[in-house]
Design a protein around this ligand. Structure first.
Ligand code: HCR
Length: 369
């Protein structure tokens, strides 16, 4: 690995070897310090709303088709943040902190130009396998997003393949008085390239979809270098209604500019707005940045012994809690969400999709409010 620090080369080689035996959950594996991120996965749902303007303006669309197009634009605009932020901030994709059960993350995007305040609430709802549930809402705009996210990982020898589980459901109350709309958002597959060199980055693969309760579908295909064009990070989306004719095609780079016909559909160079989070001193003990404070400090300052010691302390405490619960016949209570075996909204919207989804049912996490 060309980008691996000299003294961690042996550790990196054995980490890569161990990837071959991985059983679907990479998050719990121990990796060399240079690849560790001081940020927990519970913070990632914030990437859904780093363009709060685009999120809020969905409800201002004048027709179901106009609103579907706004949903697609907002969705494509989130991808750059979701999948390239660590490369921009830390030089490569990194291994996020593996959240503990019950870990929380809260944030807001303040009101600006009357668009309304957007609030984010996140809870780690499962540890084995890791599942993160989130709720984002802008009450004034009448737009909210409810979802959960998990990952299944495998290694092909050169790339890590990540299949995302979970989905998100967007609820929109149109400003023109049309009735409430729901949009099912499925998640793309990821390929993590550059692993051998120690400089991982994400490429999106296969496809994902957005299905509206109004009958509109956006089917999105993702390709890397040399498929649609010589460019990396490209997508091509097609808009249809009730599975009929193709109404519009959108294509370009999800990290750059995309077009609908001759018109610019989205230019991702517009600045993003990071979520505003309370200072650690005002956070509760289950809130992510407070919970991981010392681990994060150790990683940031290169004091890996402190980071490892604190991480072990947190993990042991978690193990003890689970033992106590088992002994007492109790179980951990979720604070913000309620688990349901089959998400009704998912089932209904998935059924409207032309290319049927597997599975037809999915777990859901209902926001308790
Ligand atoms: C796969 C991944 C953890 C999950 C991350 C997810 C899929 C989480 C949900 C977000 O909405 C989007 C997202 C973006 C990230 O790119 C993705 C992470 C990339 C790496 C990480 C692995 C568990 C760690 C891999 C370790 C490598 C870098 C050596």
């Amino acid at each position: 690995g060309a980008d691996v620090p000299q003294e961690q080369k042996a550790g990196w080689t054995s980490f890569i070897k161990s990837l071959a035996h991985m059983t679907g959950d990479l998050s719990s594996m121990t990796a060399p310090p240079f690849i560790l991120s001081p940020v927990s996965l519970t913070e990632f749902p914030a990437y859904w709303c780093e363009h709060p303007e685009l999120f809020a303006r969905i409800s201002e669309g004048s027709s179901p088709q106009d609103r579907m197009e706004r949903v697609l634009r907002w969705f494509i605009a989130t991808l750059k943040g979701q999948y390239t932020t660590r490369n921009e901030k830390m030089g490569s994709e990194k291994k996020p902190l593996n959240p503990v059960l019950g870990e929380l993350f809260f944030g807001v995007w303040p009101d600006k130009n009357g668009r309304g305040e957007t609030r984010l609430m996140v809870e780690q709802v499962s540890h084995h396998p890791p599942i993160t549930a989130y709720h984002i809402e802008n009450q004034k705009a009448g737009v909210s997003l409810q979802g959960h996210s998990g990952q299944k990982t495998s290694f092909s020898g050169t790339a890590i393949h990540v299949k995302q589980s979970g989905h998100a459901i967007l609820t929109v109350k149109p400003k023109n008085g049309d009735r409430e709309e729901k949009y099912l958002i499925t998640l793309p597959k990821l390929r993590i390239e550059g692993v051998i060199w120690g400089s991982p980055y994400v490429e999106l693969a296969d496809s994902s979809a957005i299905q509206s309760s109004t009958g509109f579908t956006a089917a999105i295909d993702y390709k890397g270098k040399g498929y649609f064009s010589g460019k990396s990070h490209t997508f091509k989306a097609t808009l249809t209604q009730d599975g009929h004719k193709n109404l519009q095609t959108y294509e370009g780079q999800w990290t750059g500019v995309s077009h609908a016909g001759k018109q610019v559909f989205l230019d991702t160079s517009a600045p993003k707005e990071e979520v505003v989070v309370k200072p650690i001193s005002e956070q509760g003990e289950w809130e992510s940045r407070r919970l991981w404070e010392k681990v994060a400090r150790g990683i940031r300052s290169g004091n890996y012994d402190e980071a490892a010691k604190e991480k072990t302390r947190i993990e042991n405490e978690q193990r003890q809690r689970r033992k106590d619960e088992a002994a007492g016949g109790t179980s951990w209570d979720l604070k913000l969400f309620e688990h349901v075996d089959s998400d009704e909204e998912y089932r209904k919207l998935a059924d409207m999709l032309h290319d049927k989804l597997t599975p037809p049912h999915e777990d859901g996490f209902v926001f308790k409010g």
